[in-house]
Write a protein that binds this ligand. Sequence first.
Ligand SMILES: NC(=O)c1ccc[n+]([C@@H]2O[C@H](COP(=O)([O-])OP(=O)(O)OC[C@H]3O[C@@H](n4cnc5c(N)ncnc54)[C@H](O)[C@@H]3O)[C@@H](O)[C@H]2O)c1
Length: 342
Amino acid sequence: MDTALTPSTVALVGIGRIGIMHARLLAHHDLVGRLVLADADSARASRAADELGCVSSTVDAVFDPSNPLGLDAIVIATATNTHSELLIRAAATGIPTYCEKPIALDLAEARAAQHALEAAGLPHHIGFQRRLDVGYTRAKQLLESGELGELRRVHALTADQYPPADQFIPGSGGIFVDANVHDFDILRWVTGREVVEVYSVGAARGSDAFAAANDVSEAVTVLTFDDGTLGTVHSSRYNGQGYEVRLDLMGTEGTANVGLDNKVPFRSTEDGVEFPPEAPWDDFIERFLPCYERELDHFLRNPVRGLPSICTAADAVEALRIALACKLSREQHRSVRLDEIL
Ligand SMILES: NC(=O)c1ccc[n+]([C@@H]2O[C@H](COP(=O)([O-])OP(=O)(O)OC[C@H]3O[C@@H](n4cnc5c(N)ncnc54)[C@H](O)[C@@H]3O)[C@@H](O)[C@H]2O)c1
């Protein structure tokens, strides 16, 4: 127990796939004194509250500017198409807010949320948990220390072992906005550079729900950064060997690899190579659980106490711009410069 800090009253809105994980982490966090759960599906919120021994409430009570629940913090883990509206409502309450990525599905909504948060001066955090990952942090430090020399190439990859439920796909924003947005955010954070141009291709394989939603299940993007660094970013919804998230940084003096751990879903064809020794990662929750824990802790110790967040709405808007450029590039079969996405 951290005796120097007062425990907070926290509302979590959205108790779906990731929301229930956040609820379990918050319920056991030293800095959470009281946890309130809310969901558009009120029965879902009540069931989770019963499981965790906390209370449930309505969504409207959480975002009521008179703060009838006495909240110190709000966590939003609802479907992506609700993030902008809920962030704008949160800004009107003045209660520090954490919101899952991506900030919105389109740029106008993302900017509206960013401006509302900034105009209200509201401490906030957007959930790009890789910024709290040990491997990505070390890669950033290696690059900043000069040990890798001058960065020339990067390769990032996000691949799910299993596709999401068909009903999740139409509201997800598509593979670039939903999945690769993590790669775009972490590439900006690790390299400190901005992407200036993208070229993306994709293929809708497997479930018909991808093509029906004008989405793809496989994608490859080529990136150019503002310092001339070149990059590739892959993604898949059908990576049969396991859940795979990696980043390779190639510099003139060395390389660094994030995610090349004992559970990376690889199979070597070389004689005598036993790597990796353990069963592959199953999904994002198994792979990133320690990061989600650190991220909530960061939120409770920093934005909730008026201190800066490691990932703001302004950052989330930039990651979304790259994702939207990729989407446009794939749809129009051409390279897209980021200054087209305004
Ligand atoms: N950071 C990560 O690694 C990560 C991983 C998975 C999902 N996410 C993000 O989390 C969000 C939720 O994803 P999910 O997979 O848990 O979705 P989900 O569909 O499983 O759950 C969404 C929940 O939000 C509720 N909801 C929808 N609209 C609402 C509203 N207006 N008010 C209150 N509740 C509402 C739904 O009833 C549901 O319980 C998405 O934005 C997704 O991109 C982030």
